[in-house]
Design a protein around this ligand. Structure first.
Ligand code: M6R
Length: 365
């Protein structure tokens, strides 16, 4: 049932505050503002490194998770797409843990990487939506994302729920490893629990702007997304979402890679979507934006109130989100990215929920 939404994808985008809050309820002790370590059923204190493997959007969530596990838990992380991971002959130690992220829990390559790690003696954790799935069944620890059924082929609420769960796990791992103090844990958890409310207000406020911008995007052939830090995987997710449902060619790049190639593409016909909250990378990303502007590129700037005030650059459009803590920025900044892809596809008249050539669950290699 789509309720009063035109597509399942739209419904699922708007469901995010509710489902994330439910997912967090599973991992967070709301009275103490701490991670519930019983829900984090891998003993991260004893783990030497972490391997993350997944496909598509789930892989991009995993890449953001990598930044968090490295930063908060000081844990070395290896993250790769499952189709490469399974065949790379990765030397893995039984003192490591492996996380497999999958909405369906049935993706063939992800399952094969899981079995590879199991044979190598690693502790196996699964971040899944479908708890009865094969990946969940074959894992030592199951971390449900509790997004509810996701019907749209383009993943939206599963992505942000995966992120919420990975954030909670990384903070919990940090606590277990002594790299996150009690005070820091409480601070981070408070930001996580505030997130659903912020998501609701962002969803309510940005929609009209996303629709008018989508009208512009629907005329383009190519779009480039740029970001740094956790905004880099998010740039790739933005590009993936747009290409999946609108069939517009899009690429996501680390902003620092601009001058190593993609800058050659810049002209007035290819919008450049820059994802840049006012974080520790902001100045660097703005200097990449200047390089785009100097070559006549049109910029769609997705930033926060601080970032909008700090940048003097002329843009095609600036989307201003509230200032939020770094730990929740990827979830909040996912919203304009999802809506932009969604409305662009609606303008183009594609089959948004069932885009051509794609399946919801890829159970063959
Ligand atoms: O069910 P899974 O999470 O394992 O699926 C992985 C990918 O096939 C999936 O995320 C795909 O990239 C989506 N269509 C993205 O929107």
């Amino acid at each position: 049932d789509k309720g009063n939404h035109k597509h399942f994808m739209e419904k699922e985008i708007y469901e995010q505050p509710e489902v994330i809050s439910r997912a967090l309820g599973h991992y967070v002790d709301l009275i103490e503002n701490r991670i519930d370590l019983e829900a984090v059923s891998i003993d991260f204190a004893k783990v030497q490194s972490l391997a993350i493997s997944a496909c598509g959007t789930a892989y991009l969530a995993g890449l953001i998770g990598k930044y968090w596990f490295e930063r908060y838990a000081r844990l070395p992380v290896e993250a790769d797409v499952a189709s490469e991971f399974r065949y790379r002959d990765i030397p893995l130690s039984p003192q490591s843990a492996a996380l497999f992220i999958s909405q369906s829990g049935e993706t063939a390559d992800t399952l094969a990487s899981l079995r590879y790690c199991k044979d190598e003696g690693l502790q196996i954790g699964a971040v899944v939506n479908v708890r009865e799935s094969t990946i969940a069944r074959e894992s030592d620890a199951v971390f449900p994302i509790m997004a509810g059924p996701e019907i749209g082929v383009a993943s939206t609420k599963a992505f942000t729920c995966q992120l919420a769960v990975l954030a909670a796990l990384a903070i919990g791992a940090g606590r277990a490893r002594g790299t996150v103090s009690r005070q820091e844990e409480e601070r981070l958890v408070r930001h996580l629990t505030e997130m659903p409310r912020i998501m609701s207000s962002v969803l309510n406020s940005i929609q009209p702007k996303m629709e008018s911008l989508a009208r512009e995007l629907s005329k383009c052939r190519d779009v480039l997304y740029l970001g740094r830090g956790t905004s880099y995987p998010l740039a790739m997710e933005g590009a993936l979402k747009l290409k999946e449902i609108s069939y517009i060619h899009a690429e996501g790049y680390a902003a620092g890679e601009l001058k190593h190639g993609p800058i050659a593409l810049i002209d007035e016909n290819m919008p450049v979507i820059v994802i840049a909250p006012h974080d520790r990378f902001f100045e660097k990303t703005v200097s990449n934006m200047q390089e785009v502007a100097a070559r006549g590129g049109r910029i769609i700037f997705i930033t926060d109130e601080k970032g909008a005030a700090a940048s003097k650059l002329e843009t095609m459009s600036t989307i201003v989100l509230p200032v939020v803590d770094e730990i929740i920025a990827p979830m909040i900044f996912s919203l304009p990215i999802q809506l932009l892809a969604y409305h662009t596809a609606v303008f183009m008249g594609t089959d948004v929920d069932q885009p051509r050539n794609l399946a919801k669950s890829v159970t063959v290699e």
